[in-house]
Each structure stands twice: as C-alpha cells, then as structure tokens.
Design a protein around this ligand. Structure first.
Ligand code: SF4
Ligand code: SF4
Length: 123
C-alpha cells in the first residue's frame, strides 16, 4: 500500500507535500533537475510509510491514501506514481507519458481549476 498523487497536482505542483514527508519519498523535489520537466509529483510506493502527513498539506486534495481508495478516473495515475524514479530518465518519460494520456483522456476534468478537480473525481 502507498499513497497516490492524482491530477489536481497538475498545474499546482507546489511541493507542500514534499515539505512534510518524513521519508523523502515524493519526487521530483524542487532541487532535483527533473522538477522543471514533470507535470506533477509522484510518490514512490515502496518508500511511502503511509503516515498520512501529505494529505492535509495538499491544497488541492490530490492525494489518496491507497491505490484501492483512488477513484476510477484516477487509477491510471497509480502506475505513473509507481514507475517514476528520480534520476532515471526513462522512468521519468514513462511516468509523464501516462500523465499525458490521462490529460488527453480527461479533457473535461482537466478543463476545471485544480482546486475543483477532486470534486469531479467521483463522478
Ligand atoms: S503518506 Fe507519509 S510517507 Fe507517504 S508520501 Fe505521504 S507524507 Fe510521505
Ligand atoms: S501538495 Fe498536492 S498539489 Fe502540491 S505538489 Fe504535493 S500533491 Fe501536488
């Protein structure tokens, strides 16, 4: 089990979650070169200790507490969180390709402001 970042992070990406994570499992950090290239941030599923600190820190409710609780419209992004690895260009490309496909397939949801997107996840 691990926490999962979903699409309200796209267009927000403020790193508030990174600042509170006790095990540094959310990437890319602002000081990593990949930060400028990525659409969102990703949680490493094997390193996350399920502490929950990131959830209230996120201003746009982008983080779910498990793959199981991640809404159907966001399940594709579970894999994006899983494949992303800091410092691995291929993995970064793979994660971003999943995100690009998600954005293309969810045009209506992505058309609303990030802060409103989580409300649309259950629909
Ligand atoms: S649940 Fe805790 S360990 Fe996992 S990403 Fe959030 S802050 Fe980090
Ligand atoms: S706090 Fe939320 S919006 Fe900000 S970077 Fe983390 S997941 Fe993305």
């Amino acid at each position: 089990m691990a926490f999962v970042i979903t699409d309200p992070c796209i267009g927000t990406k403020d790193s508030a979650c990174v600042d509170v994570c006790p095990v540094d499992c959310i990437h890319p950090r602002k000081d990593e070169p990949e930060f400028a290239q990525t659409s969102m941030l990703y949680i490493h599923p094997d390193e996350c200790i399920d502490c929950g600190a990131c959830v209230p820190a996120c201003p746009v409710a982008a983080i779910y507490d498990s793959p199981e609780s991640t809404p159907a419209s966001q399940k594709d992004l579970i894999d994006a969180n899983s494949v992303y690895r800091a410092g691995d260009a291929g993995a970064v490309t793979q994660a971003e390709a999943i995100v690009a496909a998600h954005v293309a397939a969810n045009a209506e949801l992505m058309g609303v402001a990030p802060a409103e997107r989580a409300a649309g996840h259950a629909k």
